[in-house]
Design a protein around this ligand. Structure first.
Ligand code: FES
Ligand SMILES: [Fe+2]
Length: 357
């Protein structure tokens, strides 16, 4: 696994930002062990419906909050109470903010230092996102909201869990600049235009071309990263759709990946038919992503690419991506340097300049 340090990305091993950590349908009142950013955490849904993520180990004597099946706290269903969690070892109870609320056998209810780290989380469009921040600050941007999620004319996605790859996330993010892989990997033809816009914590790819599987004519893609780990793409192909691809570091040099596709119903008067088309189309989209995935899963790390004219702006994407590995102050400077629009030539709208003879 190639590590962050080898890419010289910045001060931090793991980037700042919102990251997907769970499919919301799988989070319930049974606390579950999860691991991201090389840290053990526990996720559960409180009785109010709120999703809570805390560090996995109890500050009292280090028991794991979720890896237990035999304590009577667990067997008697007393682990999640309200939105709080009780440790299976000695029964200390912690609020969703991570403060100790009760020590059942002691008059001391909140001993000093009896705090467990609680992570900021939001639930959006069937996914749980966590804010990871080496500076320990509150989020400085939001997870995108898709109004289509609650629109009856659209079919909600079912998340594809694509598992873990031993590949540094930067290699996945490179894709946003990668015009040249679109024909060999994805079967794009006759590129109409290809451009990238860098705007603070967002980078956009605007692209249109023919496509072998997702469109009978031209496929338009308006794709953007919100921060380092959430990619969305509004696609205009045979159906209108929105892709979400999330990747989250598990260890340094390893990511977990999810894919999902929100599809405009092919037939709003016949929901079953709409769902069937949406699922089929999502599968075609998943297979298109798996073409990238196979490359990522088997490639050598690329610390320095051998760039030629016709490649997209990889260098600028990597500069933009560095902002998440440095303190905010530095990140603002990086943003100022990166903001702007870059057109990659060699398309119908932006052809190569005529060769001088
Ligand atoms: S280890 Fe958690 S209450 Fe003792
Ligand atoms: Fe791709």
């Amino acid at each position: 696994m190639a590590r962050t340090e080898e890419y010289a990305l910045g001060e931090y091993t793991f980037p700042r930002g919102w990251f997907m950590i769970a499919d919301a349908t799988e989070v319930n009142q049974t606390p579950q062990a999860i691991r991201y950013f090389a840290q053990d955490m526990v996720i559960y849904r409180g009785e109010s419906g709120r999703v809570v993520v805390i560090d996995a180990y109890c500050p009292h004597m280090g028991a794991h909050f979720a890896k237990n099946t035999s304590s009577y706290v667990v067997l008697d269903g007393e682990q999640v109470q309200g939105d709080s969690i009780r440790c299976p070892f000695h029964g200390w109870k912690f609020s969703p903010e991570g403060n100790c609320e009760e020590v059942p056998y002691s008059p001391v209810s909140n001993p000093p230092n009896a705090c467990v780290k609680s992570w900021p989380v939001v639930e959006r469009a069937g996914c749980v996102f966590l804010w990871h921040d080496p500076e320990g600050e509150q989020p400085d941007y939001d997870v995108p909201v898709l109004p289509e999620w609650d629109d009856a004319n659209w079919v909600q996605w079912k998340i594809d869990h694509l598992g873990e790859i031993d590949c540094h996330p930067i290699e996945l993010v490179d894709n946003i600049a990668d015009k040249a892989h679109l024909t060999p990997i994805h079967g794009s033809s006759e590129a109409q235009y290809f451009e990238n816009v860098f705007d603070g914590h967002i980078v956009i790819q605007d692209f249109a071309a023919g496509h072998r599987t997702l469109a009978s004519e031209v496929l338009t893609n308006y794709t953007w990263y919100t921060g380092p780990g959430i990619l969305m793409s509004r696609m205009g192909g045979d159906y209108e759709s929105i892709i979400q691809i999330c990747h989250t570091p598990v260890e340094d040099g390893q990511v977990r990946v999810w894919h999902a596709l929100l599809v405009k119903s092919a037939d709003a008067s016949n929901p079953d038919k709409g769902i069937a088309y949406a699922r089929e189309y999502q599968e075609v989209s998943r297979l298109a992503l798996m073409q990238d995935y196979e490359i990522w899963a088997n490639k050598n790390p690329c610390f320095q690419l051998l760039k030629v004219i016709g490649d997209g702006p990889f260098g600028q994407v990597r500069r933009w991506y560095k902002q998440f590995y440095d303190p905010r102050e530095e990140a603002l400077k990086i943003q100022e340097k990166c903001n702007g629009r870059i057109v990659t030539k060699g398309t119908v709208r932006d052809p190569w300049p005529e060769k001088k003879s």
